[in-house]
Write a protein that binds this ligand. Sequence first.
Ligand SMILES: O=C(O)CCC(=O)C(=O)O
Length: 282
Amino acid sequence: MKTFDSFIDESFVDDFWRDGFVVLRDVIDPDVVSAMADPIARAISSSSTDLTELGSIVTPGNVLTDPNVSSNGNTGRFVAGTDHWINDLDFANFACATVIPQIVAQILRSESVWLYEDSVLVKEPNTAEETAFHQDLSYFHVSGDQICIVWVPLDFSSPDTGAIRFVKGSHLDQTSYRPNWFVSDEPMPGTKGERIPRIPAEAVINPTLSLGDVTIHHARTLHGASANRSPDQSRRAISIRYCGDDARYHIREGAPLKPHHTTIREGDPLTHERCPKVWPLA
Ligand SMILES: O=C(O)CCC(=O)C(=O)O
């Protein structure tokens, strides 16, 4: 039987595999999280997409008329980017050299952990866009059961201020869902799978999170996030996607490709330098 170094109580690992997500409170030094404020500001000013505008393009009947006002009349933007770790050492250190990879190894019950990607997701004050329910695995060019996402908020986040939310137990269903546009439940063209079903409100768990808390969800777990109705507080988050021992490259038709995905072979382990091993570090 394998043994794993314990960083968190084993009951959290059981929670993750039973519910498809777990909330870990006060698990990262708040100063380490707060130190990512400047890197996030850099990231969103240089290499990100305004999903608020995307929403207006992909949501039928929604026309954006004023670039300073989002599609719903609110002023906040929902801005996101991925793979900041490649060119920014602060993001690389955060994803690879904090306590997070060790926690992920324990949660996934995996001897090793690889970084798949990181993402910055900022909902400015008064952002009406909800993050549509989706299944992360449908965007990832990997298959496997040991794949998870760590969501790290830099701001107090509640159902009123853009907190992530989960459909409890949805990872137990093996259905592959089509990826959508994140701000609309319209599926991406050319993708395979089923449309995300309508989610009844009673199936959804809405955690409230403070600085130092994180959530970890399984890549098959259906999840989304609320609007940010705060008049003055942004909802900044870093979302880091990791793979464990059983993950293998698997190209998903129609899902956005990264440059290195054209060079990998179906079924290969994640040995590409764009998916570095982050636990254990040699
Ligand atoms: O931050 C959000 O709005 C959604 C995050 C999310 O869905 C994810 O990181 O998988």
